[in-house]
Design a protein around this ligand. Sequence first.
Ligand code: ATP
Ligand code: MG
Length: 469
Amino acid sequence: MLKKLFNSLRSPLRRGKHPHSTPQVLNSSQHPINRGEISRYAISVVERLQQAGYQAYLVGGCVRDLLLDIEPKDFDVATSATPEQVRAEFRNARVIGRRFKLVHVHFGREIIEVATFRANHPEGDDEADNHLSSRNESGRILRDNVYGSLENDAQRRDFTINALYYDPATERILDYANGVHDIRNHLIRLIGDPTQRYQEDPVRMLRAVRFAAKLDFDIEKHSAAPIYKLAPMLRDIPSARLFDEVLKLFLAGYAVYTYELLVDYGLFGQLFPASAKALKQNPDYTDTLIRNALASTDLRIKQGKTVTPAFLFAALLWPALPARVIKLQERGLPAIPAMQEAAQELINEQCQLIAVPKRFTMPIREIWDMQERLPRRTGKRSDLLLENPRFRAGYDFLLLRESAGEETGGLGEWWTDYQDASDSERRVMIRDLSTQDDSSGAPRKRRRSGSKRKRAPGADGAPKPAASE
Ligand code: ATP
Ligand code: MG
């Protein structure tokens, strides 16, 4: 409703000739945001800074989302006060960050992020002894602490739709970069020269995709064009930052669409090279498994359930395992050690790019190990597995593999039944296993090799040569 009202409004009159030095101003009757939708803490931070004589606005995602009738994830404030000046105004404020200094003002569990107005980096400046700002040889910004005016701050932001400033005191929106126009037209557009802006910070390519998926916007064609070519620049981004970004990409509730865009723009292969290789070698299985994992993540998020990054990474990397297991087996390693080794190798390689913390890599291994153990059900094994804290994740992962077409001999269904069964029914189920043939999963009869179970359907034998793309 609000959106419609907003869309039907006439464009505000442009003031001044230069769009970038004078903002378009939307007063309260020209936009649908009302103060009631805004965190009272965010408003109090802005008001406090204004009372202390500084300029302060709500900015970025919260203004964008409110205009689109989406509930903002968080509220960011931009101000003329330096981080130290901000900290001096609040009791519960902490200065954080090095590359980009910010102040976090804490109100219980809510954090209001306050950033000082910044200027774009003077290009070509001799920055040898500049400790506030610096770039590397490819133009990437390494430090970004050059403060500036409100106008400067608008220009250094990534997308036009993220450069809108809302003043809760006057209820006016300031638009320096035609962001309102792009919101109306559902466009993600970089401010300034796209190639240069991506070179300054290649993560902006991931942000473009993230917002396109979240908002269901198109990436404007000039902003989209350089992405494919510049995608390899992601390799230079510190792995810890990429981990944060990847979580934002896949845990925002739009993971399937995000994944499609990442693949289309050649970004997925930069983030997950081994998985991208599996996508080429075994496209149907890999794509289905990843999609199904992401679809269930999206669903869980919509239902307000928790999702663990470990499950997500376990799924993203799983299709890359078989080829490695085979390689190691060809070098003479027995199946189980080959599987263990391949898992470790794969995780280590992935962590070079994306620093997945140990608290998640351990469970990834456990989920994978569980895939070895779920077929082995005789004796007390099944009951022990059920008590294993990783059982649920392991079982869900088994169902995921089956959903992608992996042949497990009905193992998922067996475990589904087993969980529902009474004690006596369970005993019968276990007894039945040993009277069945090889599919029983009896450990001695079972081929313990990772080969059959680890391999995707159609991938029996050596992985197929890369499919043409
Ligand atoms: P959301 O919080 O919904 O993910 P957001 O737009 O608020 O989206 P944040 O990461 O919270 O994103 O960043 C806040 C604002 O800071 C952005 O709206 C943008 O104006 C600016 N910003 C963030 N990252 C960058 C970047 N890499 N380059 C330029 N500006 C950025
Ligand atoms: Mg934000």
